[in-house]
Design a protein around this ligand. Structure first.
Ligand code: NAP
Length: 286
């Protein structure tokens, strides 16, 4: 299994860790810290968060959890809200994220989704943050193919390193046009909700975890369905996944995806239940 994805000069691990809801419950702090640190030890050394998550609580918890770990041992990704995506608010948001995360740079800073601020202003501000040394690279999130095409027409827009989008076995629309576009333009895809939120998201096929095929294939490799769902995402070139797991046992199970070698026959069996797209579909966001 591929272990890394390149993103505009950055080398990202194929498997990172999500940060949504992290920090929401003070009683879960010890478990969340242990899970994040276990993930680092297992090579899942990219952590995704956003100023939006818990109004900064996720960044604060992650910053505290990583205190004392050498900064070079992990990558941090955070996201700016669309209404803050131009100077001066962009710089203030970035500084706030750095302070909460207890660091002096982000590896990647993403526009969380498109808002009303012209892309030109956002790109200009993000490039200025790179020059100021506050972020190494920037990217976007929830951008569909037409958004990416528009971004490419903006001065400096082609320096976008990554696009973070929803992608899991039950929601494969991006395979039709967005993933090929991103690959052709050297933009890394970061798959969010790769576990379909442990089956809570429905996608177009209904209840993912009710699939007997999914369970049978996972059984054949001696794993649960979660590592199989992650292996499905990582099977695509240039795609990495950021599953969120706030329990060390879940992190350990998810890391098994990195050593799974699923046969072509088994992938074909899953295609029968969860067919790939045959036409353009709107970008899924939940
Ligand atoms: P997800 O990663 O698909 O699923 C998370 C859920 O799966 C949690 O409830 C977690 O429970 C559970 N889980 C993890 N490993 C498990 C295992 N081995 N067995 C059973 N359950 C397991 O969904 P997500 O958190 O929504 O998405 C991942 C990350 O993507 C987020 O955390 C966030 O960083 C990012 N994201 C970005 C956007 C965007 O707009 N850019 C949108 C949504 C998410 P426990 O916590 O109890 O382990």
């Amino acid at each position: 299994m591929r272990r890394t994805v390149s993103a505009g000069g950055l080398v990202l691990p194929a498997l990172g860790q999500g940060g949504w809801n992290v920090g929401d419950d003070p009683a879960r702090a010890a478990d969340e810290t242990a899970a994040l640190r276990r993930g680092l030890a297992l090579g899942m050394n990219l952590i995704d968060t956003a100023e939006m998550y818990g109004g900064g609580r996720s960044e604060t918890r992650i910053g505290a959890a990583l205190r004392g770990v050498p900064r070079a041992n992990y990558l941090l990704v955070s996201k700016v809200l669309p209404q803050n995506a131009a100077r001066p608010a962009l710089f203030e948001s970035c500084d706030d994220s750095l302070r909460r995360l207890q660091t002096d740079y982000l590896d990647l800073y993403l526009l969380h989704w498109r808002g009303d601020i012209p892309l030109e202003e956002t790109v200009d501000g993000l490039e200025a943050l790179v020059k100021a040394g506050k972020i190494r690279r920037w990217g976007v999130s929830n951008f569909d193919t037409p958004d990416m095409e528009e971004l490419w027409r903006v001065p400096g827009g082609a320096r976008c390193a990554a696009n973070q989008v929803l992608y899991h076995l039950g929601s494969r629309g991006i395979e039709y046009d967005l993933l090929p576009w991103l690959r052709a333009h050297g933009v890394a895809a970061m798959a969010y909700c790769p576990l379909a939120q442990a089956g809570r998201l429905r996608g177009v096929h209904g209840d993912l975890l009710a699939s007997q095929t999914l369970r049978d294939v996972a059984d054949r490799y001696g794993v649960g369905v979660m590592p199989l769902l992650l292996a499905f995402v990582l099977r695509q070139p240039h795609v990495m996944a950021i599953p969120k797991a706030s329990r060390p046992a879940h992190v350990e199970e998810n890391a098994k995806a990195l050593t799974l070698a699923v046969s072509d026959e088994d992938w074909a069996a899953l295609d029968q239940d969860f067919w790939p797209p045959t036409a353009k579909m709107h970008l899924d966001i939940e």
